[in-house]
Design a protein around this ligand. Structure first.
Ligand code: F6P
Length: 325
């Protein structure tokens, strides 16, 4: 089928670089002589028919901005068949032939079900700070979030060293430890606690004691929010009970990691993937996520991109353990 009109939306947690991707989709659509419209508030806006026609100027001066001009939402209604039916009807009414969905795991799960139910062409673009999707080395927003986390870890290092303190820094990532692993290695963390590994408090205390014996006057433990011990506050409490002589502080970085101007890497990634998504639809390739593997564009079925299909970088994990002595 030849496609004449596409829609683009952002869904789930926003990620820096989503705007650069919207811009790329809109402009690549126009380049391919398609009509393009934006859908506000992700799948919820789709259900409510919150559409707006977009042209090249609608996406001027957004490549450098964090957040998403189309806004984002997590839609419970889209999880129901009734909600998806409404969404489909709105697309038909608007004469939209295909959809580009920029988001993460939940977005692609929804897209997969929807495209199967209504035989509707959808291409997914990975946009999430968590970097937890298979079929792409990196997701849009991960690099920016990492740099934000790293800047904070570096600053905490200064004050930790000044006071000979032990810091627990909690980073985001839902049930993925990638932000923790990468920012922890780059920030020279003494320990990195990940959901992908079982945390043993006694072992952690042992290592921190070894560090002290090894002339470390301060330490930073980066904790992924999804760690099995229930987060930095709880872990800090358990460590304090076993190591009362080490003055301890906790910093939870939170949503600061989701904002800010995207890095150069995220802008380029978003631009490439946005163009690839449109080209994929023009070539009648849908039901896939476009990603970047070894610097090349790769298409992965939506169902394969989602949850727990992506493996942690074992080599980086090994490096973190070698360097944290
Ligand atoms: O998926 C992105 C993410 O920022 C996760 O890292 C985090 O667990 C979650 O979203 C937070 O969601 P919310 O913004 O709904 O609190």
């Amino acid at each position: 089928m030849s496609i004449k009109k596409i829609a683009v939306l952002t869904s789930g947690g926003d990620a820096p670089g989503m705007n650069a991707c919207i811009r790329a989709v809109v402009r690549a659509g126009i380049y391919n002589e398609l009509e393009v419209c934006g859908v506000y508030r992700g799948y919820q806006g789709l259900i409510e028919g919150d559409f707006e026609a977009m042209d090249a100027r609608s996406v001027s001066k957004i490549i450098y901005r964090g957040g998403t001009i189309l806004k984002s939402a997590r839609s419970d209604d889209f999880m129901t068949k009734e909600g998806r039916k409404k969404a489909h009807q709105k697309l038909v009414n608007e004469k939209v032939d295909a959809l580009v969905a920029i988001g993460g795991d939940g977005t692609f799960k929804g897209a997969d079900v929807f495209s199967g139910e209504f035989n509707f062409p959808i291409v997914g673009v990975p946009g999430t700070i968590d970097n937890d999707l298979a079929g792409t080395d990196f997701t849009i927003g991960f690099n920016t979030a990492l740099n934000t986390a790293l800047e904070s870890i570096d600053k905490i290092r200064d004050t930790a060293a000044a006071h000979n303190r032990l810091f627990f820094v909690e980073v985001m990532g839902r049930d993925s430890g990638r932000i923790a692993l990468w920012s922890g290695v780059a920030g020279g963390a003494e320990e990195i606690l990940l959901p992908e590994e079982k945390t043993d408090i006694d072992e952690l205390v042992e290592k921190l004691k070894e560090g002290k014996a090894n002339r470390k006057s301060s330490s930073i433990v980066v904790v992924a929010e999804g760690d099995d011990m229930g987060g930095a506050l709880k872990i800090a409490e358990m460590v304090k009970e076993r190591m009362s002589d080490y003055e301890t502080r906790v910093t939870i970085l939170g949503h600061v990691q989701r904002g800010g101007n995207p890095t150069c890497y995220d802008r380029i990634l978003a631009s490439r993937l946005g163009v690839a998504a449109v080209e994929s639809l023009v070539n009648n390739k849908s039901g896939v996520m476009v990603g970047l593997v070894n610097s090349n564009i790769k298409h992965t079925p939506l169902s394969k991109a989602i949850k727990n299909n992506k493996l942690l970088n074992e080599e980086l994990l090994r490096v973190s353990k070698i360097l944290s002595i």
